[in-house]
Design a protein around this ligand. Structure first.
Ligand code: ADP
Ligand code: MG
Length: 291
């Protein structure tokens, strides 16, 4: 692949005015920016490819793949919209729709826990977004509250397709990537055991279970100060509903979490089944009873 030599930075700054930093990754900085011609706000992910040599995770090829996947899964209400791309051999600028309310992670931190009703609202959107991603043959591999953004109406926008991968039919993956607390047991097994069968789409469903648990009580299911113990707990599916917060939480969300956090990926609930789970039907039943 020949690198384009036009000056991406110059083009970007001619069209957009950069503002404050919204978030930072290993080799990227996300800034709010304003489109000069329209005054409209966006979020620009500025990826420094030159930091690649000192261990940054972004290579030109990796970012090209992220862009290609973003375009492939575009056009869904719960998936982030990529507006514009500027690229050179040293910098890539990805211009996204702006999510004014930032990360679900920060929202959760500010409110500590979400009610069952709010959790239902968020998780339905997350699952529908992931269903759309999988329906397009893509596995996300890094679902977590930091990569779930909230727009003006507190609707979900799934973002960060930096680890996402387009799968051929029946293809299995083996590489270890994602974020420790959200890793699925089969991802860990694939990395540790010689004869493991690999992993696939179901890792995202596991991550949804971790997210849902975390939203309801404000702390993740497998956390342990020793990372090795946490990873072992994940592989054994060892978590509990014993903390005091769970006492006030009804049975349907617990039942759904139990079905999402199933160690064997072939026995784990599918997204379609999860969306039909009683936890999501509660609202409709209540509504019906009012008429
Ligand atoms: P990385 O691959 O470095 O994690 P992300 O794409 O996840 O990059 O972006 C890093 C952070 O920047 C996000 O977690 C979020 O806080 C912020 N961010 C990214 N995109 C947007 C957006 N469209 N609107 C608002 N904030 C964003
Ligand atoms: Mg991220």
């Amino acid at each position: 692949d020949k690198l384009p030599d036009k000056d991406a930075a110059k083009e970007f700054y001619a069209k957009y005015e950069p503002k404050e930093v919204l978030g930072k990754g290993i080799s990227s900085t996300v800034r709010r920016c304003i489109e000069k011609e329209t005054g409209k706000e966006f979020a620009a992910k500025i990826i420094d490819l030159s930091s690649d040599s000192d261990g940054g995770s972004s290579s030109y090829e990796a970012v090209k793949q992220e862009i290609s996947i973003l375009r492939h899964v575009a056009g869904h209400p719960y998936i982030i919209e990529l507006q514009d791309v500027f690229e050179s051999s040293t910098f890539i600028f990805l211009v996204f729709e702006l999510c004014k309310h930032g990360e679900l992670f920060d929202y959760l931190t500010s409110v500590v826990t979400l009610s069952e009703k709010k959790t239902r609202y968020i998780m339905r959107q997350v699952l529908e977004g992931v269903q759309h991603i999988h329906g397009n043959g893509v596995v996300h591999r890094d679902l977590k509250p930091e990569n779930i953004l909230l727009d003006d109406n507190l609707n979900v926008k799934i973002t960060d397709f930096g680890f996402a991968k387009k799968l051929a039919p029946g293809e299995m993956l083996f590489d270890l990537c994602g974020t420790p607390g959200y890793l699925a047991p089969e991802t860990l097994r694939s990395n540790m055991l010689e004869d493991a069968p690999g992993y696939s789409y179901q890792v995202d469903i596991w991550a949804c279970g971790v997210i849902m648990y975390t939203l309801l009580v404000g702390c993740p299911p497998f956390w342990h100060r020793k990372q090795m113990v946490m990873l072992r707990n994940i592989m054994e599916g060892k978590y509990s509903f014993t903390s005091p917060e769970w006492a006030d939480i009804s049975e349907p969300p617990k039942d759904l979490i139990r079905k999402l956090l199933v160690v064997d990926p072939s026995q784990r609930i599918s997204i379609a089944e999860a969306l039909r789970h009683p936890f999501f039907l509660t609202v409709k039943l209540q509504q019906r009873s009012f008429h």
